[in-house]
Design a protein around this ligand. Structure first.
Ligand code: ADP
Ligand code: CA
Length: 432
């Protein structure tokens, strides 16, 4: 039996970070490395019990990610024995749980309400619209409403999107009522998928049934990666998305920073994110915002209270020598370290999320080495494994892999990413 008081005293000096990691994530190692570099004690919480938890009671914790209030109670029991300095969630869902845990333990965090607004697309749209922010006109529906009726009042072209999914899963454009009805049937099947259904809990079951119908906003899209410190927005990077995202599905491909948009447009984008964060009650921590730009101005598509997803954060390096990762910047801020916001390195940088070209079983990816040797390419990882069943958008949400490039200019980065992608030959066996 270990004496709890002795343990408390032993760790009193060293901070302990509770990191909430979903069991399916590309990013565990980047966060764990960052915690190590920040010299903090680390507890990794996930929603599945680990066989190793018994051997490492302070290092691993199981929390109910589907029920933030229950997770907060579980974290309280843990923190009574192992006091926590900070809590950090890495994606949309865990950000909400982290906020609930932080509120329970009086740790610094965004308010639970703000995390909820960021997580729920309907609540976010209405919150931003009420504050006069430029968002697409929208209506909200339950998937059980007859599609033909909703189709009659939809503004065409429109976008139909589930309230609670992410990574563009289930997001579709419809140009006519007939197309709407087809897309709606597709969305109903996605919402009935086992992994969506299994996320249902007392707190989420109505969310999972809802979807939005929005006016389609044309124009180029950008992503802003930021960190809120005491209510102040620090722009970590502004990415252009040079491939047009006109639908019918919205597959992310290339992100390149710095943006090639004019300075005044970049300024308007930053202003829009600042106002949106303020309207939503977000005052600290990471934000990942997606916006569209056209002759009508800058439009907020989504503001998430989390960092960029997938492996994409590897495209961002900070500090004079580029030795600091995005995860280190974010966890450093969560732990109250100063200075929290170093500048991004000087060069242009980009990432391509390699699209899933077809449904089926992945058999082979050839010419990976050749693609890696394309000038400017710094890394290429195939994250799907051979034999894996691949599901393209709108049903799926995982990428084949990621290509990274750095160079003097954004144009050179874009060329490198495209050339590397063209070099790859992907073999997929169609399923019967
Ligand atoms: P998710 O959380 O799944 O990423 P988003 O609302 O960000 O959902 O939608 C995914 C993508 O779909 C956006 O990045 C954008 O390209 C496109 N999209 C979503 N809503 C609209 C809209 N109203 N007009 C134009 N494009 C949209
Ligand atoms: Ca998005």
């Amino acid at each position: 039996m270990i004496d709890t008081n002795a343990r408390r005293t032993q760790f009193a000096e060293q901070p302990r970070l509770l990191l909430l990691l979903p069991s399916i994530t590309y990013r565990a190692s980047a966060f764990v490395d960052a915690a190590r570099r920040l010299d903090t004690l680390l507890t990794v919480a996930s929603d599945r019990a680990s066989a190793l938890a018994g051997h490492q009671p302070s290092g691993l914790l199981t929390l109910d990610f589907d029920d933030p209030d229950r997770a907060a109670e579980q974290a309280r029991t843990f923190a009574d024995e192992f006091p926590l300095t900070a809590v950090f969630g890495v994606d949309d869902n865990t950000t909400l749980v982290a906020a609930a845990v932080a509120a329970e333990l009086c740790l610094p965090s965004v308010p639970v309400r703000a995390a909820r607004v960021a997580r729920d697309k309907q609540l976010q749209r209405s919150t931003l619209a009420e504050c006069g922010l430029p968002v697409p006109g929208f209506t909200a529906h339950d998937i059980a409403e007859p599609a033909e009726v909703v189709a009659q009042s939809a503004p065409y072209p429109c976008v139909i999107k589930p309230v609670a999914l992410s990574a563009s899963r289930g997001v579709m454009r419809a140009d006519s009522a007939e197309e709407f009805v087809r897309m709606h049937a597709r969305l109903a099947r996605i919402l009935a998928a086992p992994d969506v259904q299994s996320r249902r809990s007392s707190s989420q079951c109505t969310v999972e049934r809802r979807y939005l119908v929005e006016r389609f906003i044309p124009g180029p899209e950008v992503a802003l990666e930021g960190l809120l410190v005491d209510g102040e927005l620090h722009v970590l990077a502004l990415f252009d998305k040079p491939d047009p995202l006109d639908g019918p599905f919205f597959e992310e491909t290339i992100y390149i920073t710095p943006s090639r948009l004019p300075a005044d447009t970049r300024q308007s984008i930053t202003q829009c994110v600042k106002r949106a964060a303020h309207a939503m009650g977000l005052d600290r921590g990471p934000v990942h915002a997606e916006l569209r730009v056209n002759e009508g101005g800058v439009w907020m598509i989504e503001l998430a209270a989390r960092p960029i997803g997938g492996r994409c954060s590897d495209a961002l390096r900070f500090g004079e020598t580029g030795a600091i990762s995005l995860e280190e910047v974010l966890l450093g801020h969560a732990l109250g370290r100063v200075p929290p916001v170093p500048a991004r390195e000087q060069c242009a940088s980009g990432v391509m999320m390699i699209p899933t070209p077809a449904a089926g079983v992945l058999r082979e990816v050839r010419f990976v080495e050749e693609a890696r040797r394309v000038p400017g390419v710094t890394d290429l990882v195939i994250t799907a494994h051979i034999g894996q069943r691949l599901v393209p958008l709108p049903e799926g949400s995982r990428y084949l892999g990621f290509i990274f490039a750095r160079s003097r200019t954004p144009a050179e980065v874009e060329t490198a990413l495209r050339r590397a992608h063209e070099a790859l030959i992907v073999t997929i066996d169609a399923e019967c």
